[in-house]
Design a protein around this ligand. Structure first.
Ligand code: BGC
Length: 250
């Protein structure tokens, strides 16, 4: 019988992406499958897409755990917030729903937490001792706190209040695009955000993820912080890889 691997799935605003992950290397075992997120992205509609992805990778992942990332607070498999997703998610016990539907062990976790685990196990924070804070700059700002390799789940530090504003509405990558900011102007907002973060948490390392981290040389050198700040290494794969790791280590 062929070897099987855990499946990682990343549920995002525009696409739902999945791949089987080899936990020895942190790499995909097969090409990633992406399916557009349903227009009305209710729990049932998203669960159908997740089932389709699981079916697609049946040969590689048969019977293995499935780790899924989602852009909201997820407490013990139950979605608790919906900052940028359909409100019908709130209070859905999505882990139970998917376990019934797919007959597989499911770990459903916050997207930034999953990316943090991925970076800690295989990427920019590998083997870092002490406190690591990962931030993802995208539609919102996601955060993951990892202390000596242990995740403190559901930190929501993208919603810190700065000058009377929810930080992510000013400093996320979507705010840079919306307000048509130069890298310098955006970096000013990031400077306020990361200064607050380092003054509240005193991390040993800050990792910056999200699609825009590919262009880190445009904005990270403009920041003046006491904490080392580095781009994420796994890029788009971090969430899928971290979720698969979490599912297998539940
Ligand atoms: C949500 C977080 C999420 C982040 C990144 C925020 O708006 O509250 O739960 O991690 O966006 O997607």
């Amino acid at each position: 019988m062929a070897k099987t691997y855990p499946l990682g799935i990343d549920v995002g605003g525009s696409g739902i992406k999945g791949a089987p992950v080899d936990l020895k290397t942190g790499e995909f075992v097969a090409d990633r499958l992406r399916i557009p997120t349903p227009k009305k992205s209710t729990p049932d509609a998203v669960a159908d897409v997740i089932a389709e992805i699981a079916e697609h990778f049946e040969d590689e992942t048969s019977g293995e755990a499935i780790g899924i990332t989602f852009p909201a607070v997820v407490m013990h498999g139950v979605v608790k917030t919906a900052a940028n997703v359909d409100k019908s998610w709130i209070d859905t016990d999505i882990e139970k729903l998917l376990e019934k539907k797919l007959d597989r062990q499911i770990s459903f976790i916050n997207d930034a937490d999953a990316a943090g685990i991925g970076e800690l196990q295989y990427g920019a924070a590998k083997d870092t001792k002490g406190l690591v804070v990962l931030t993802t700059l995208g539609t919102g700002i996601g955060t993951a706190i990892l202390n000596n390799g242990v995740l403190v789940p559901n930190s929501e530090l993208g919603h810190l209040e700065i000058d009377g504003h929810d930080a992510e509405t000013r400093a996320a990558d979507s705010a840079r695009e919306r307000d048509d900011l130069s890298w310098e102007k955006w970096a000013e907002r990031l400077q306020s955000y990361y200064t607050m973060l380092e003054n509240l948490l005193w991390p040993d390392l800050i990792v910056v993820g999200g699609g825009v981290s590919k262009k880190h040389e445009k904005f990270l050198p403009l920041l003046d912080l006491r904490t080392p700040i580095v781009p994420a290494k796994l890029q788009n794969a971090a969430g899928i890889v971290g979720a698969a790791w979490q599912a297998a280590n539940k």
